[in-house]
Write a protein that binds this ligand. Structure first.
Ligand SMILES: *Cc1c(COP(=O)(O)O)cnc(C)c1O
Length: 433
């Protein structure tokens, strides 16, 4: 039986897909916090280059992927689509379970799908140096690799607790030539102020974002880069779904239900936006489900409203499902899903009923992750395992109702740098918050 569906280099998509152009009603624009008026493109020029600002607000359905970006994508794309037959058997389910595997990239996750074009467009625009923040280091390492490949400097503010306790992605960033500061740092006025108040401040993503933005506006030829949430990031990730549509055709099946884990929403957007296009344009009836941690439930428990993207209130206001920009997510092991808000595009899709959302506790997530590793071999990232937990439940439901459902999910990354979280689970020390 064929269980792996591979495309060739020439099948790497030539365009990214922009769902903004197909929503039945427009996504509410970002607002200036003072005037409450839509933010004009010029207002973003201090932190982003013009070409990416254009993509953020683009009204083109298809955005061409530059050849130098496609050539770097070819280092790991097209990624495989696999059928999880051993997981199906382990669950004794008649469901067919397919997964798109983004963990084959050099950084081990989907994030390089956007770090590479972001570095490319910055280089084109004359940027010499990028500043960014990172929590556990997935985004910082992805941007570090992309910057090195295009000859840009990369300056990363890494949340101090992770800097100290999660050394491997920091080492990866160093290997790719990035400069990494434990945040709060002595590099910025904001960081120095916090250190003066409390030299042992553990840091947070909100603080690191504020430092990266301050770094950007106080250094020449420097721009800021973000790894999720924004429209242009979701746009870049659509290569995942465009490839998957072709691969599901190779498999001769159509998904009934499509799952992706949701932190800021980018890997979910990447897989599902091309399928949402088919829902809108071709009347397809897919159920599309975003899966988030119960400990940080913006889609299932948040409120849809205008809110800041960061704790220090420096960003424009975005219309999104949010737990409030002051929300401090508990220290769950899926570090990449600890964000108070959700991508405005993903939020809009939920509001319009194009997608649904579910939340899972981390013990259930690690139970599903371990079952997946023991049946399919791949050790999933704790973030991706949220999607697996939902797939497992759906496959069990299919068994109980005797339905041959076709399930599809995005395996956004591998968990080989998250083994300490697995150890916590395997030694019975994991708790739900
Ligand atoms: C960062 C990360 C996520 C969460 O980010 P999204 O923008 O929601 O995709 C999910 N999976 C992995 C492997 C990650 O590194």
């Amino acid at each position: 039986m064929q269980t792996r569906f591979d495309l060739t280099q020439s099948d790497i998509p030539k365009n990214w897909y922009n769902l903004l152009t197909d929503f039945p009603e427009p996504v509410p624009p970002p607002l200036h916090p003072g005037t409450k008026q839509p933010v004009p493109p010029e207002a973003l020029q201090a932190i982003f280059p013009d070409n990416l600002i254009q993509q953020e607000m683009s009204s083109e359905r298809w955005v061409e992927i530059p050849e130098p970006v496609r050539e770097i994508y070819a280092l790991w794309r097209p990624t495989p689509l696999l059928r999880a037959v051993r997981l199906e058997r382990a669950l004794k389910s008649p469901a067919h379970i397919y997964y798109k595997y983004e963990g084959v990239s050099p950084a081990g996750s989907h994030k390089v799908n956007t770090s590479v074009p972001q570095a490319f467009f910055n280089k084109e625009a004359g940027t010499k140096r990028l500043a960014t923040e990172t929590g556990a280091g997935q985004w910082g390492s992805s941007l570090g690799m992309a910057c090195k490949l295009f000859g840009l400097e990369c300056n990363v503010y890494m949340v101090k607790v992770s800097y100290q306790h999660k050394p491997y992605r920091r080492m990866l960033m160093h290997t790719w030539g990035a400069t990494v500061h434990a945040s709060p740092s002595d590099q910025t006025q904001f960081g120095r102020k916090l250190l003066a108040e409390d030299p042992h401040c553990p840091g947070s993503l909100g603080i690191a974002i504020s430092e990266a933005i301050e770094d950007t506006v106080t250094h020449p030829n420097t721009k800021y880069s973000l790894g999720s949430v924004l429209n242009h990031v979701c746009l870049h990730q659509t290569v995942i779904g465009e490839e998957t549509i072709k691969q599901m055709e190779m498999a001769g099946e159509e998904p009934d239900v499509i799952f992706g884990c949701c932190g800021g929403g980018s890997n979910f957007a990447g897989l599902t936006f091309p399928f949402i296009r088919k829902k809108i344009k071709e009347g397809k009836k897919y159920r599309i489900v975003g899966v988030e941690p119960s400990a940080c439930p913006s889609l299932t428990k948040g409120e849809l409203k205008y809110d800041f993207g960061d704790t220090a209130e420096t960003t424009p206001l975005m219309m999104m499902y949010t737990l409030g920009h002051q929300f401090m997510p508990p220290a769950i092991h899926a570090g990449g899903l600890r964000y108070h808000g959700m991508s405005p595009m993903v939020s809009h899709a939920l509001k319009l009923g194009l997608i649904e959302a579910e939340a899972y506790h981390q013990t259930k997530v690690f139970e599903a992750a371990t079952l997946f590793a023991q049946s399919e071999g791949i050790v999933p990232a704790p973030e991706s395992a949220h999607a697996i937990a939902a797939v497992v439940d759906e496959a069990i439901k299919a068994r109980e109702h005797g339905q041959k459902k076709v399930l599809l999910f995005n395996l956004s990354g591998h968990g080989l740098l998250d083994l300490s979280a697995y150890e916590t689970y395997l030694t019975g020390k994991l708790t739900d918050v």
